[in-house]
Design a protein around this ligand. Structure first.
Ligand SMILES: Cc1cc2nc3c(=O)[nH]c(=O)nc-3n(C[C@H](O)[C@H](O)[C@H](O)COP(=O)(O)OP(=O)(O)OC[C@H]3O[C@@H](n4cnc5c(N)ncnc54)[C@H](O)[C@@H]3O)c2cc1C
Length: 530
C-alpha cells in the first residue's frame, strides 16, 4: 500500500490507542496497591474488588507483549484481516484477493502507518507471523552457503541476530528502529545512519522475492506473479508503486565481498567509538550572510566515520549536535567514564539505560528543553557496531516497559515526521566547498527550527570534498513542513528531490515541492540517477 495521504481522524485515534497500555499499567499498579492496603485494613470486599480489577488491568496490559497486538495498535487495524504463517498460506490469501478483484493492504510492523498517519484499511494482510529464516531447498535453486533467506515479516532485530549467530557478521548500517519488518525496511525506502566510511543499509541484500499483483496497465493478474530481483531493480519498482507488490522474502549475503574485497556485511565483533560534535552557527548567520564550515562541522563530516547523524531543534537555538562513530581497535586508547563522578570504569556502551538516554537527549530533547550531557566522558564510549546501529532503543526492556507512551505523545502533540532525500549540490557548480554547503544547510535548519516547534535530523554519506546523498528528516506540525522546502532548494542538485516513502507525506508538501521548482522523484532516482 502507498502511504501517500494521511487518513482523516487518524491522529487522535492513534494517540488514544497508544496511551492504552500506559493507562492499563497505571490502573493495575494503582488499584493493586489500593486493594492490598484495604485488605490489610480488613475491608475485604472493597479490597478484593480493587485488587481484582487491578489484576485484570495488568493481564490486559500483558497483551502488548505480543507483537501482533503492538502491530495492530500501530496500524490501527485492531481486529480481523489475514495473518499468514508460511508461503503457501500467503499465496492462498493473495489468490483470494485477486479473485475478489481487490488489492491487499500489507502491514509489516505498522510503524510506517504510524509515521504516515494512515489507518490500515480494506483487505489487510498482517505479516507479523510470517517470520523466520526459510532457506530455499531443492536441487534447482537452493539458498547457497553464506546466504540467509528470511520471510518478510521478520524484524531487523531477529534477522540480524540470526545472521550474527550463524556467520558472525552484521549489517554495516540499519534503520535505527529495530522492530520494523524486512518488508517495511525494503518496501519503504528505509536507510540507516551510514557515513562516508560506511555502507548503505541495503548493502547486504542479495535479492528480494515478491509477488506482482497487476500488470503495467493496472489489470490484476489471475495469479500472483512471482518475481525475484536484486535490490536496485526492486527499489525502482517499489518506489514507483508499492501497492503493486507483496514482498515475500529477502536474502542477505552474509559472507560475500564486492569487487574490491569489501564484505557486504561487517564483522559483528567490530567496535566503534562515538564522539559528539557541538556545531555552532556563527554571527554571520545572524547577519544573514553565508559562511565557511566550522572546525566542529569538519570534524563531524569525517570521511572515515562508518556511521554519523546530526540533530538540531527548537530548544537548541545556536547549535546542532553531530554524533559520529569511528572504528575502534584495542590498539587505540580505551575510553573511560566515572560512575557518580567517583569510580573510573571503562566506557562500554550500552550500559544501564545509556541507549535510551542518548536517543532522548539527541533527538527528543532537541525539541524539549535542549539538555544533553556535557561531561567529557559522556559521549566517549566504545560499542559493537550492532549496538551503534540500534540508535532507537525500542527493542530494549525499557522501550517495551514504556511502550506506546512516546509515540502517543508525538501524535497528541500533532508532531509529524517526513523526510526529504536529495543529492547535495555539486560543489563545482556552486563554487562553494562541500563542507561549507553542509555547514550552511545546518545553519539554515537550526534557524528554521528555532522559530517553530520542530526538530531535524541530517544523515549523509557526503565526504569533506565530494557531495553525496543527504537525508533531512523533519519532525514538526503539518503547516511547518511545507516551509522547509524553499529552504532546502538551494542545496538540491539537478532540482530533483525525493520523499521517504514510508514516512509522512501529503498533497500540501508535494505542492510546496512543485512550487519551489523541484521535481519530486523516487528515492531510487536520487541513489542511482535513473
Ligand atoms: C522510532 C522510529 C525510528 C525510525 N527510524 C528510521 C530510520 O532510521 N531510517 C528509516 O529509513 N526509517 C526510519 N523509520 C521509519 C520506518 O523505518 C518505516 O516507516 C518502515 O517502513 C516501517 O516498517 P514496518 O515494518 O513497521 O512497516 P509498515 O508500517 O507495516 O509498512 C510500511 C510500508 O511498507 C509496506 N509493506 C510492509 N511490509 C510489506 C511487504 N511484505 N510487502 C509489501 N509491502 C509491505 C506497507 O504496505 C507500507 O506501505 C523510523 C520510524 C520510527 C517510528
Amino acid at each position: 500500500m502507498r502511504l501517500t495521504e494521511p487518513s482523516p481522524g487518524h491522529t487522535w485515534r492513534q494517540g488514544l490507542v497508544l496511551l492504552l497500555p500506559t493507562a492499563l499499567s497505571l490502573t493495575a499498579v494503582g488499584l493493586g496497591v489500593a486493594g492490598i492496603v484495604l485488605l490489610a485494613e480488613e475491608r475485604r470486599v472493597l479490597g478484593a474488588a480493587l485488587l481484582g480489577v487491578g489484576i485484570a488491568a495488568g493481564l490486559a496490559r500483558a497483551l502488548w507483549i505480543f507483537r501482533g497486538v503492538r502491530v495492530r495498535s500501530q496500524s490501527l487495524h485492531l481486529c480481523g484481516g489475514h495473518a499468514p504463517r508460511h508461503e503457501a498460506e500467503l499465496l492462498r490469501v493473495l489468490e483470494q484477493c485477486l479473485s475478489s478483484g481487490s488489492l491487499p493492504t500489507v502491514v509489516g510492523s505498522g510503524w510506517g502507518f504510524w509515521t504516515a498517519h494512515v489507518i490500515a484499511r480494506g483487505n489487510v494482510i498482517h505479516m507479523h507471523k510470517f517470520t523466520g529464516e526459510r532457506p530455499r531447498r531443492g536441487l534447482v535453486d537452493p539458498t547457497p552457503y553464506g546466504m540467509m533467506r528470511f520471510l518478510a515479516g521478520t524484524t531487523i532485530f531477529d534477522a540480524e541476530k540470526a545472521i550474527r549467530r550463524k556467520y558472525g557478521n552484521t549489517f554495516w548500517s540499519t534503520p535505527s528502529i529495530q522492530t520494523i519488518s524486512l518488508g517495511g525496511w525494503f518496501g519503504g525506502s528505509c536507510h540507516g545512519n551510514s557515513g562516508a566510511g560506511g555502507k548503505p543499509s541495503s548493502y547486504a541484500v542479495h535479492d528480494i522475492e515478491f509477488y506482482e499483483l497487476y500488470d503495467d496497465r493496472g489489470r490484476l493478474w489471475p495469479q500472483p506473479f512471482e518475481r525475484r530481483e536484486p535490490y536496485k531493480v526492486a527499489r525502482r519498482l517499489f518506489d514507483d508503486d508499492l501497492s503493486r507488490y507483496v514482498i515475500v522474502a529477502v536474502t542477505f549475503d552474509a559472507l560475500g565481498t564486492n569487487e574490491t574485497g569489501i564484505g557486504y556485511m561487517v564483522d559483528a565483533t567490530a567496535w566503534v567509538h562515538k564522539t559528539l560534535c557541538t556545531i555552532p552557527i556563527g554571527r554571520n548567520v545572524e547577519r544573514g550572510t553565508r559562511r565557511a564550515a566550522t572546525p566542529e562541522l569538519v570534524e563531524w563530516l569525517d570521511d572515515d566515520a562508518p556511521l554519523r547523524l546530526l540533530f538540531c531543534g527548537s530548544s537548541r537555538r545556536t547549535y546542532a549536535l553531530g554524533l559520529k562513530y569511528n572504528w575502534w581497535t584495542p590498539q587505540k586508547p580505551r575510553p573511560y567514564r566515572r560512575i557518580l563522578g567517583l569510580f573510573k570504569v571503562e566506557h562500554v556502551d550500552p550500559h544501564d539505560c545509556s541507549a535510551a538516554c542518548m536517543s532522548l537527549q539527541l533527538d527528543a530533547f532537541s525539541m524539549i528543553g535542549g539538555w544533553h550531557e556535557t561531561a567529557d566522558d559522556a559521549y566517549n564510549g566504545r560499542m559493537l557496531i550492532v549496538h551503534a546501529n540500534r540508535f532507537t532503543p525500542d527493542a530494549s526492556t525499557i522501550g517495551r516497559a514504556f511502550y506506546g507512551l512516546g509515540p502517543a505523545f508525538v501524535h497528541l502533540f500533532n508532531v509529524r515526521n517526513c523526510e526529504f532525500i536529495f543529492n547535495l549540490l555539486n560543489p563545482i557548480s556552486s563554487s562553494a566547498r562541500t563542507v561549507d554547503l553542509i555547514q550552511q544547510l545546518v545553519d539554515e535548519l537550526v534557524v528554521f527550527c528555532r522559530s517553530r516547534w520542530a526538530r531535524c535530523e541530517i544523515r549523509t554519506n557526503t565526504k569533506r570534498e565530494s557531495a553525496g546523498v543527504v537525508f533531512v528528516d523533519l519532525g514538526t506540525s503539518d503547516a511547518n513542513m511545507c516551509e522547509i522546502v524553499p529552504l532546502l532548494t538551494p542545496f538540491v542538485r539537478e532540482r530533483r528531490i525525493a520523499m521517504h516513502t514510508s514516512k509522512y507525506q501529503s498533497s500540501a508538501i508535494r505542492s510546496a515541492v512543485a512550487n519551489a521548482g523541484l521535481q519530486l522523484v523516487g528515492p531510487n532516482a536520487i541513489y542511482y540517477g535513473s
